[in-house]
Design a protein around this ligand. Structure first.
Ligand SMILES: Nc1nc2c(c(=O)[nH]1)N[C@H]1C(S)=C(S)[C@@H](COP(=O)(O)O)O[C@H]1N2
Ligand SMILES: [Mo]
Length: 420
């Protein structure tokens, strides 16, 4: 992936160099050295008002970000086509939407390249008439545009037993928010008709993993979306181009990417993802199946692990909160490890199954402090402490860790991941 960006960047610079009549190799070589991913390198003028800037096409017709913006996804060690992850840099996110190029990724069989002109979605099973939909068919249908987060059920899985990941990108970065555009499943259901015994719908991906999950029909009809748009453009290859399922508030693995088939049935299909992989092992040795909804959760992104506060004084604590049950109702912040709480400001209008950004002013007196945030959603569900969570679900589970996160600020200003 990186090398693609590098090649792209080098090409842009070669063409820019050619246009300007500059020694292309020198420019390209310097750019490869200095420009961060997603940016082209440009010399900084001493006084930008005293020389002309670039004309519109100098970035190749598709805009790049400033060369001074350097945040990138963290890649989980040893990515392979069989299994790979990358984490969104939450601490440097500005606003509520994740830039598409920084959306976290989780692939079970690599990213396929799919020609949208040849891609079809088959809807069949317990339906009136089975149908195939081309991308053109789907784009011609009534569409909706909605903001929702996607969170991998494995987000924060390193934190069950002891504080492990160093920074918020790795503790919580399997979470991203986009504006999605596509067709509601209820619209497709009207096209094909549903048999009276229809209860579940299987989604299937066209990747090498042929990822399959069963989804309750009720969820599919309530707000299940077949999406082709992300933040104003086609969804990224890594997000499932040309088509993916979005199930607002459901665990990430149910949002089938490269979606090619929906099979309606009277029962769940009990695929390997739902009988072994994405189950939650309880203290009594039994496993919970179909733990689909993501619970209320929040995290402080500033200050957070691996940061350094330069001096005591006034700070704005900032973070992100979300819930798979509905809208975020309130967020509280503690600077004393949960002994006292203050309401945070919510910076954007809460939308169902969508993140909010929160902030809370804080005067740091220079003594050690433990920062925490706690989310409550519109159903009244609140984020538990780690002790409360472990008391209920034990320590055998891998997925669905939503406990309150603690960051310790030491008297030297260093911030670390702790269990309070
Ligand atoms: N076809 C297919 N769909 C898939 C996956 C996959 O590997 N193949 N990964 C799932 C998992 S585990 C998650 S968390 C989300 C990740 O979506 P993203 O890569 O767009 O962030 O997609 C889900 N859908
Ligand atoms: Mo996932």
């Amino acid at each position: 992936m990186r090398s693609d960006v590098d090649t792209h960047r080098r090409k842009l610079l070669l063409s820019a160099g050619a246009v300007l009549g500059v020694g292309a190799m020198t420019v390209a070589a310097r750019a490869a050295e200095k420009a961060p991913p997603g940016a082209a390198f440009h010399e900084v003028a001493e006084d930008p008002t005293k020389e002309l800037g670039r004309a519109v096409l100098s970035d190749g017709g598709y805009g790049l970000r400033s060369q001074f913006e350097t945040e990138v996804k963290t890649i989980f060690p040893n990515p392979s086509p069989i299994t790979s992850w990358s984490f969104t840099p939450l601490a440097s996110q500005i606003g509520n939407l994740t830039p598409s190029g920084l959306h976290f990724e989780r692939h079970h069989g690599g990213v396929p390249t799919i020609d949208p002109a040849k891609h079809e979605l088959i809807v069949h099973g317990h339906v009136g008439v089975a149908k195939k939909f081309t991308m053109a068919d789907l784009k011609a249908m009534p569409s909706v545009t909605r903001k929702h987060f996607i969170e991998c059920s494995g987000n924060t899985l390193t934190e069950w037993k002891k504080p492990t990941a160093k920074n918020v990108q790795v503790t919580h970065g399997l979470l991203s928010t986009s504006e999605w555009t596509g067709v509601l499943f209820s619209t497709l259901a009207r096209e094909v008709g549903l048999k009276p015994d229809a209860q579940w719908v299987l989604g299937e991906g066209a990747d090498a993993a042929v990822m399959t999950r069963s989804v309750p029909l009720e969820k599919m009809l309530t707000d299940g979306m077949i999406v082709y748009g992300q933040n104003g453009e086609a969804i990224r290859p890594e997000q499932g181009y040309p088509l993916r399922l979005v199930l607002p508030g459901y665990e990430g693995n149910t949002h089938i990417k490269w979606l090619r088939r929906l099979q309606v049935s009277d029962r769940p299909f009990m695929t390997k993802e739902e009988t072994s992989k994405y189950t939650d092992l309880m203290p009594d040795g039994r496993a919970k199946l179909f733990t689909l909804q993501m619970a209320p959760k929040s995290v402080i992104t500033f200050p957070s692990g691996d940061m350094m506060l330069p001096r005591p004084g006034a700070y704005e604590i900032r973070g992100i909160a979300w819930s798979g049950h509905g809208r975020v109702k309130s967020v509280e912040v503690s600077a004393d490890g949960g002994r006292s709480w203050r309401p945070a400001n919510i910076e954007n209008t809460p939308e169902p199954m969508c993140t909010v950004r929160f902030s809370c002013p804080w005067i740091w007196d220079g003594a050690g402090a433990t920062l925490q945030s706690r989310c409550t959603d519109e159903t009244g569900a609140a984020q538990p402490t780690r002790d409360e969570l472990v008391k209920v679900v034990g320590l055998n589970s891998v997925y669905h860790y939503n406990a309150i996160q603690s960051w310790a600020v030491a008297s030297d200003g260093g911030v670390t991941n702790v269990h309070a």
